[in-house]
Ligand binder design. Structure first.
Ligand SMILES: Cc1cc2nc3c(=O)[nH]c(=O)nc-3n(C[C@H](O)[C@H](O)[C@H](O)COP(=O)(O)OP(=O)(O)OC[C@H]3O[C@@H](n4cnc5c(N)ncnc54)[C@H](O)[C@@H]3O)c2cc1C
Length: 453
């Protein structure tokens, strides 16, 4: 039997796709995702385990919704793509425990639709919600705009079912909130980008859906940011749901692209979007107004515009979401996802702008991000064909001058950041990561070459 026949005997011939059928599928955000030319779609952990046992040593590349942004799903001839698209069932929702047991291939949007009738939701929400899968979000420890309130994906994962490289199935799907029985093995797989095990089911902690939301756009001198944050946190507590930032060059670029004629406020050194939850919209708005009043009064905020309606709210978010269309006019854009301490965010942006002005004439530095989490998304935009290497040098060499900083805040490492991670990681940390990889995947068959070389 050849490989395709072996796989077909396990999953059924309709679920083994060769190059012709693969070519009809959307490759997603990673251009090289279909390079292997062979894809298998097992129905569950048992079928996936049988696939791994029947193909010893064969390299496998797990793929979810293909929305990952760091080339983590790239595959090559001689490898096998594993798709989780048939593991697309929400197995159980337990409103009493506020827990759901979800197949790895369920998209975030599908899960949200299933949870809505119960008044529940998953904590993490990201712009790729229609395509990204719960398994992919666990594998990348996804973040997004609500990390301030609910933490990253890790904070919501109560349990996992994982298939190991040798086909062993680890059932760690306990829905218990408290479980200190031995090592918490699930943590090893969260954020490991498919290099240590393949996630097939997830027990997720759920949260009540907010019944009221209030949103405001704030304008301030960026020097006031680190003073503002503790005051908002103290005033709003758990009601503080999001704090996003947009630097002026990015604001002006997106506003120009969107043909924005009516500005919500005069030009600012930094624009923030703050969102608060409450029992209803007017209570949320009252809480937000009360939190903002003293910081407006003492001049920390230059301006604040609080949305009075849903359309006001959408108008405020439109500029932030416009960040996703930067570069659509044909420019080349290189994107980065870094994190720093709150007080370092604006000094870092200014340092990158200064370094780019010298090393990369004609290149614009556009910055927005999840400011409340210390997470910046930088876009270096220049003429078509702008090479990546000098942009990487500006972004990462500047970052190196700041103490506590990360080269990947939420997108992971994949292939794109492998070299930069190798440069900045302490030797002992790297050795510990290699030891973990060798223990879980001694033949280096799970997403080889990603994260570690
Ligand atoms: C418009 C847009 C907005 C985004 N916004 C955010 C954001 O705000 N915050 C954020 O953190 N990310 C964001 N992302 C990045 C991306 O959506 C997340 O990384 C997401 O979690 C990836 O899920 P996926 O199912 O698409 O995974 P894929 O892209 O298919 O895979 C991602 C990685 O996980 C591995 N993998 C996938 N499924 C499994 C599995 N079941 N078991 C083991 N390994 C697996 C893959 O091999 C790969 O390494 C955004 C992306 C887009 C396109």
């Amino acid at each position: 039997m050849d490989l395709a026949e072996t796989l077909a005997a396990i999953v059924g011939p309709g679920h083994v796709l060769g190059p012709e059928r693969l070519a009809l599928r959307d490759p997603g955000w990673c251009r090289g995702s279909q390079g292997a030319g062979l894809l298998v779609r097992p129905a569950d952990a048992a079928e996936l385990a049988a696939v791994l046992r029947a193909t010893p040593g064969l390299a496998v590349v797990p793929q979810g919704g293909l929305t990952g942004l760091v080339e983590g799903t790239e595959s090559h001839p001689g490898q096998l793509i594993v798709s989780f698209e048939r593991m697309n069932r929400v197995h159980a929702i337990d409103p009493a425990q506020a827990v759901a047991l979800v197949g790895a291939g369920v998209t975030l949007a599908a899960l949200d639709a299933a949870l809505e009738p119960f008044g529940l939701m998953a904590g993490v929400d990201i712009g790729a919600r229609d395509s990204c899968t719960i398994g992919g979000m666990v594998a990348t420890n996804a973040g997004g705009i609500r990390v301030l309130r609910y933490g990253m994906m890790r904070a919501g994962v109560l349990g996992l079912e994982v298939v190991l490289a040798d086909g062993a199935i680890l059932d760690l799907t306990t829905p218990l909130l408290k479980n200190n029985a031995g090592y918490d093995l699930k943590q090893v797989f969260i954020g490991s980008e498919g290099t240590l095990g393949l996630v097939t089911r997830v027990a997720l902690r759920l949260f009540p859906r907010p019944r009221g939301i209030a949103t405001a756009m704030l304008g301030l001198d960026p020097a006031g940011l680190s003073g503002l944050m503790p005051r908002l946190r103290a005033a709003l507590g758990e009601q503080l749901a999001a704090l996003e930032g947009i630097w002026p060059a990015c604001y002006e670029y997106v506003a120009g692209q969107q043909g924005l004629t009516r500005r919500p406020m005069a030009p600012q050194g930094l624009y923030l979007i703050v969102e608060a939850f409450g029992p209803d919209d007017s209570a949320a708005r009252a809480a937000l107004e009360a939190a903002l009043a003293p910081v407006i009064e003492d001049g920390t905020l230059a301006e604040a515009v609080i949305a009075q309606s849903d359309s006001d709210r959408q108008a405020i978010w439109k500029i932030r979401e416009g960040g996703g269309t930067i570069g659509s006019a044909g420019e080349t854009v290189h994107s980065y996802d870094v994190s720093l301490r709150l007080a370092d965010l604006d000094p870092y942006v200014r340092a990158v702008e200064a370094a780019a002005a010298t090393a990369l004439p004609g290149v614009q530095v556009l910055v927005l991000g999840h400011v409340g989490d210390g997470n910046l998304h930088l876009m270096l935009m220049g003429p078509p064909g702008l090479p990546r290497a000098p942009c990487d040098a500006v972004v990462y060499e500047t970052l190196g001058a700041f103490g506590d900083a990360s080269v990947s805040a939420e997108h992971g490492i994949g292939l794109e950041k492998r070299a930069v991670l190798a440069r900045v990681q302490p030797v002992a940390v790297r050795a510990a990561m290699r030891a973990l990889k060798a223990a879980y995947d001694p033949e280096n068959r799970l997403n080889p070459g990603k994260v570690l070389d």
